[in-house]
Design a protein around this ligand. Structure first.
Ligand code: CA
Length: 226
């Protein structure tokens, strides 16, 4: 793969470059944000590894800029900023994964593999998903129920897309967490249940029976009959 490393700490950039080259990848290093952005905009990279605290331009701005320009190269943030808020902000800006420094090279390789697998799945996926009265257009990110467009947050869309991609399949909370939040979040968190509640309010037309079925103690599934 062709990998762009945007990292101002020479020691870390070298470490990444040497390790990735040994794995057979071709690497280009940019040592400041501006150079990183212009290289990333030229495209032709299969993967971007992006530091956050960079000279000239912050990693967050690079990430935002790329996604705004519809450049969807898989992107992993490697940052010393390790608060949950930083991680969530990074993922919201369109990063595919977020690793906090220090990290192990082995773990980075595993994360790269996952991100690349996910991105290749997306390219072969069909553009429009429909299940019963629900329709989701992956290109425009437009979600509708019976033809009425519903406003959804990014996380809500990610969950409904996951459920719609395999109607009738049971998804555990852990699987939804790792697919949608992409993090090793505390499996005891109730964030999935909270979001399912929000989704139900938006998509259910009947109060008696939700399209998203709760399988007690196991997880959720989208009922394809509805
Ligand atoms: Ca830095």
């Amino acid at each position: 793969m062709r990998i762009l490393i945007v990292e101002d700490e020479v020691r870390i950039a070298d470490f990444l470059q040497r390790g990735l080259r040994a794995e057979g990848h071709f690497c280009v290093v940019a040592n400041d944000g501006e150079a990183g952005l212009s290289l990333a905009l030229e495209g032709d990279f299969d993967l971007l590894l992006l530091d956050m605290m960079l000279p000239i331009m912050h990693g967050r701005d690079i990430c935002q800029h790329l996604r705004m320009k519809q450049i969807n190269t898989p992107l992993i943030i490697l940052s010393a900023m390790d608060s949950l808020d930083d991680v969530i902000a990074g993922l919201r800006m369109g990063a595919d994964d977020y690793m906090t420094k220090p990290f192990s090279f082995e773990e980075l390789l595993a994360r790269i593999e996952t991100v690349m697998r996910r991105s290749s799945e997306v390219t072969v996926e069909e553009q429009c998903l429909t299940v019963g009265s629900l329709a989701f257009d992956r290109q425009s990110l437009r979600f509708s129920v019976d033809g009425d467009v519903i406003n959804m947050t990014a996380k809500e869309l990610a969950i409904i897309e996951l459920l719609m991609s395999h109607p009738g399949t049971l998804f555990s909370r852990e699987r939804i967490l790792s697919n949608v939040w992409g993090l090793n979040m505390d499996p005891l968190t109730n964030v999935v249940d909270v979001y399912i509640g929000k989704l139900r309010k938006k998509i259910d037309t009947s109060e008696a029976e939700s399209m998203i079925e709760t399988v007690r103690g196991l997880g959720y599934r989208l009922n394809p009959k509805v």
